[in-house]
Each structure stands twice: as C-alpha cells, then as structure tokens.
Design a protein around this ligand. Structure first.
Ligand code: CUA
Length: 352
C-alpha cells in the first residue's frame, strides 16, 4: 500500500478534480496554455467587440429616439412624411457588414485550418473514448486514463470511439473535437506551460457523461520521455497485487467497481475472487482466474445476476501481464484469495 501511494505520488500528479471554476485564469477565459490559444481568443474577442459596438449603437439610438420622438400630446402629428428610400444609406449598410463578415471569415478560417492541420513532426497519441472514460495510448503501447503530454512540442491526437459519439475538449488549449465510432478524427496542440488542465467530454453520451472528466498533465521540456519510460515499466518494479491495484485505479475500473464492498454499476472488487456468483442465465460461476480474465476481455458474456451488461471490453487495452496483476490484486483483497480452486461450499457468502 505504501509502495502504491508512493508510486502514485511520484509518477503521476496529485489527483486533481478539475472544475472549470477553479482554473487560474481571467474572468472570461481559462488560461491560454497552448500556442493556438491566443489566436483563438483574438478571433473570439474581435467578434465579441464588434457585437458590443453594434449592440451599443443600436440599443442606444433606439432608447434615444424613443425619448426624443415620443408622442407628446393628443394633437401630436408627424410634420414630414416618412422617407422610404436612400441609395447612399443602403449601399453603406450593405458594404460595411460585408467587409466585416469577410474579415471575420478570413480570420476564423485561418485559425480553423491551423487547428485542423497537425504539424508533420507531431508526437502522436491515440485516444479512445468509450462509455465512460478516456484511454490515451502512447507510441510505446502504454495506456493511461489521464493524458500526459510534453511541453513545447506539437501533439497530435488520433481519436476514435468504441460506442457512441464523445467529444474531447481541453478548454485551456482551445481544442474541441468530436470522437466518432467507426472513424478517426484528429486534433493537435502545442502546450506552452507545464501544469495540469481539465479535459472533458463535451458531447452528451449517456449516464456517465459527466464522469468523462480527466486531466492533461503537461510535462516540462525534456522530462516527458523519462516519465513515459518510468511509468511504462512501473508495474514490473512493484509487488503484483500493488501493480494490480494501480492498474484498476488508472484504467478507471474503480468508476464502476468499488474496492471496499460498496455497490456500484458493477460488482465490488472486495471479496470477489474465489466467491460464487449467480449469473443472469441461471447458472453459477466461481470467480476464479479464468472467469476474471474472460470478464475483462469478453465482458458481455456471463453477466452476474443483478447487473446490466454495460461493461466495454478491455481486450487490446490491457496486456495479459496487466490482467495477471489485476487478478493478483483481486486475490489480495478477497478472504478466499488463497484457494480459488476450492470454491466456498454451501455456506458461501453471496457477494452482490
Ligand atoms: Cu463521453 Cu460525454
């Protein structure tokens, strides 16, 4: 446990619960933490101030006219007829808005194209969205549920979804892009400031939509490769059960499976290993190594009675070695951890 706590604190940042209101930034905007943020903000503020300008003129004149030209008594009549045509005025109010709209289009389109075109030398990270969490896979195959990126280097996200449409949004980087099943979408950014920033799903994707809230950690120049190296090999340096606990934390299993016996979307991990479970098809199964492995790789088969078949597969996301560590952890947190081969007899406590 100490080893785990230590490893968590040295290898990953303190678990930050990112809420927009807690960002260190201006009243209007989150911090400008990517190279593109300034450009995006300037386009936004140009449009914003143009709108303020015309709003003030229109509403101001409207108010002025209402007062100045109000009807003052019963006999009040317009002295002159209403003018109904002015070529000069009509050309002016056509040409000025066209010039403004085209200028806004050019500025916006330039920024959009920059955002849509990752530089060739970008560091590529694969992103998978699924109900209801993110997976980030680095070039060496290491997978995390929080995003880690280097500072001062363009990072390209190649993204897809396992189920429904999700959407990656990193407010501090000013990037937002849908993550769509059956195809790949891309976005990129270059982080300017080491730190931790919120990353969230911004496409309503079901019950756990709001759980798809995680963080991006920007590693200081030159330290990212070392972080990746150390994190990738971390599990080999600790006892299997501790490695397993870290994996269930980091992979997000704990969002549905509690570690302390509390009920959740899925069965708790406490006292699970070695116990008997009734399945939805009426049969009974012992949660041994093979059942656990199968539940991770093919979660739609053999559902425990009382639970919905909602777990996504982790085939390809967890390596065999990592599944073994998880099994080791489940053994360590079960009173039957030592004797899987001999399932508890008639008096077995039914675990929910
Ligand atoms: Cu994923 Cu909302």
């Amino acid at each position: 446990m100490n080893g785990l706590t230590q490893a968590l604190t040295t290898s990953s940042p303190a678990p930050v619960r990112p809420f927009l209101a807690q960002l260190p930034d201006s009243f209007w905007m989150p911090a400008q933490a990517s190279t593109m943020a300034g450009e995006v903000d300037s386009v936004f503020f140009i449009i914003y101030w143009i709108s303020v300008f015309f709003f003030a003129i229109i509403v101001g004149l409207m108010g002025l006219f209402v007062v100045r030209y109000r009807r003052r008594g019963h006999g009040d009549q317009a002295v002159e007829g209403t003018p109904h045509h002015s070529t000069a005025l009509e050309i002016t109010w056509t040409v000025i808005p066209i010039v403004i709209s085209v200028a806004i289009f050019i500025l916006g389109f330039k920024s959009y194209m920059n955002l849509a075109t990752p530089p060739r030398n970008s560091y590529e990270i694969m992103v998978t969205g699924q109900k209801w969490q993110w997976f980030f896979e680095y070039p060496n195959g290491f997978v995390t549920s929080e995003l880690h990126v280097p500072e001062d280097r363009p990072v390209k996200l190649t993204m897809t979804s396992e189920d429904v449409i999700h959407s990656v949004w990193i407010p501090a980087f000013r990037v937002k892009k849908d993550v769509v099943p059956g195809r790949y979408t891309y976005t990129w950014f270059e982080a300017k400031e080491p730190g931790t920033y919120p990353l969230l799903c911004t496409e309503y994707c079901g019950t756990g939509h709001s759980d798809m809230l995680t963080v991006v950690t920007v590693h200081q120049s030159g330290t990212f490769d070392r972080w990746l190296q150390e994190s990738s090999n971390l599990y080999d340096t600790m006892p299997p059960a501790e490695a397993g606990e870290m994996i269930v934390q980091r992979t997000g299993c704990v969002q549905c499976h509690s570690l302390d016996g509390k009920s959740g979307i899925g069965p708790t991990f406490e006292n699970l290993f070695g116990h008997e479970f009734k399945l939805t098809d009426g049969s009974t199964v012992v949660a041994d190594e093979n059942y656990i492995r199968k539940s991770i790789v093919e979660p739609m088969s053999d559902i425990v009675l009382g639970y919905e078949p909602v777990m996504p597969t982790y085939a390809g996301k967890l390596k065999d070695q990592e599944i073994s560590y998880i099994i080791a952890y489940l053994k360590s947190s079960s009173d039957l951890g030592g004797s899987a081969a001999e399932p508890a007899a008639a008096d077995s406590t039914e675990v929910e």
